[in-house]
Design a protein around this ligand. Structure first.
Ligand code: PHB
Length: 426
């Protein structure tokens, strides 16, 4: 069978929200892109993901003209509730920092972006197999794969963007000698449920007690999302419906506090916690964005927002690089472009000619990583503030309470939380 070849300026590996947002914004700037994804559109759309969008994330969706459903089906939250041992404190985002967040699940963000990309005739291949990325250290990188119909294909590009999630294969194309993997795991996980019930409260509740952490989130008028802290090796089937609700209610406090609204549980999953950063986020003709480059624990609701912040930083840098490349080609007729000599993209390119990383992509990595580390810090800090440690004792519990009071008891502490949670300006 003959391989089917196409050529674009930017080849995108990974069709989740980061990859699709990159593709759409590049197209808006007149830069051609194609996307491949190993999962089906339906699988991604129906995989539960976190639901909080920063204002800057919503603005990107609106600017890209894919935000109308956020406004009609999403819910603006002007604050959130923090609860410790049954005592509740509201953090008023609007009053503190003049920003809100929106509750709108990430899998719906994905669906909106995928529909927009397809509607606009963007090239996308779902459910591909045998993906390989070739020659990122040359001027002519290439993606090869087998499409869902069994056709072997290859996409030639000037640049590859790796948005292939936390188990990224693109990340491994940055040689170990130049890559630092910062990684920590946590001694706990979240037990997530989806249940058919009305909302328990108008806003999210981040709660903790001596029993550990619980989060009361929402989806819509009839379906709710909740989580509680568990051991990473918990079997989701080992908890009965009653045991789950009794436990979450106990974390919220049983006397006078919030009364949990219960209903049939339609999904149970255990989510591991880890913090990971890949440094740098660019190498040769490859740039990473989203979970491919970094993972945060979900406590700070930063995952998708950080991916979109990457895209905000990446797109102008890609535009700068492609513009230079076009000018260079028009002038010299070569395909080398800024950043040094390439081999011209023959198969031998896989071993690497050591093409220099273009300055614009190096700048992208530095800019994105500055925000990534702020988000890593906030996610790590909020996680440790709100979770029971395995070695928790009366001192560590009381000390955490002191830290909690320092945040909730002062306008400065509250403002720190509100500023971080709703998202720093770029
Ligand atoms: C969710 O709604 O799934 C959600 C909300 C906030 C978080 C994490 C998950 O911090």
């Amino acid at each position: 069978m003959t391989e089917h070849r196409t050529r674009v300026e930017v080849g995108i590996v990974g069709g989740g929200p980061a990859g699709l947002m990159t593709a759409l914004l590049l197209k808006r700037r007149g830069i051609s892109a194609a996307v491949i994804e190993t999962r089906t559109k339906d699988t991604i759309h129906h995989t539960q993901r976190a639901g909080i969008l920063e204002a800057a994330t919503v603005n990107m969706l609106l600017d890209a003209e894919v935000g109308s459903r956020v406004l009609t089906s999403g819910h603006e939250h002007e604050g959130t509730v923090l609860s410790f041992d049954g005592e509740q404190h509201r953090i008023d985002f609007q009053a503190l920092v003049g920003r809100s967040v929106w509750l709108y699940p990430q899998n719906e963000v994905f669906f909106d972006l995928a529909n927009a990309w397809e509607r606009e005739g963007g090239e996308i291949h779902w459910a591909v197999t045998d993906t390989q990325v070739h020659g990122v250290e040359t001027a002519a990188p290439r993606i090869s794969f087998t499409d869902a119909a069994g056709q072997e294909r290859s996409i030639e590009a000037d640049l590859i963007v790796g948005t292939d999630g936390s188990r990224s294969m693109c990340r491994k194309l940055i040689p170990e000698q130049v890559r630092t993997d910062h990684f920590i795991s946590y001694p706990f996980a979240w037990f997530g449920i989806l249940c058919e019930a009305p909302p328990t409260a108008p806003e999210l509740i981040y709660a903790n007690s001596e029993l550990g952490f619980a989060l009361i989130s929402q989806r819509n008028e009839t379906v709710q999302r909740m989580y509680f802290q568990c051991d990473p090796d918990t079997d989701p089937q080992s908890w009965s419906e009653d045991a789950i609700f009794d436990h979450i209610q106990a974390v919220l406090g049983t006397e006078g506090g919030v009364q949990l609204k219960r209903g049939p549980i339609i999904e149970k999953t255990v989510l591991p916690f880890r913090s990971y950063v890949c440094d740098p986020l660019s190498h040769g003709r490859l740039a990473l964005a989203g979970d491919a480059g970094h993972t945060v624990p979900p406590t700070g609701a930063k995952g998708l927002n950080l991916a979109f912040a990457d895209v905000r930083a990446l797109v102008p840098c890609v535009e700068e690089f492609i513009t230079e490349l076009r000018a260079d080609r028009a002038e010299t007729g070569t395909g080398t472009g800024p950043g040094g000599t390439g081999t011209g993209g023959t198969e031998s390119g896989d071993t690497g000619s050591g093409i220099e990383t273009p300055a614009a992509l190096r700048r992208y990595s530095r800019t994105a990583l500055d925000r990534v580390w702020k988000a890593q810090n906030f996610s790590y800090w909020a996680t440790n503030l709100l979770h029971r440690q395995p070695e928790e004792n009366p001192f560590t519990h009381r000390r955490r309470r002191g830290e909690f009071d320092a945040i909730t008891g002062s306008v400065y502490g509250q403002a720190y939380f509100a500023d971080s949670y709703t998202g720093w300006s770029d």
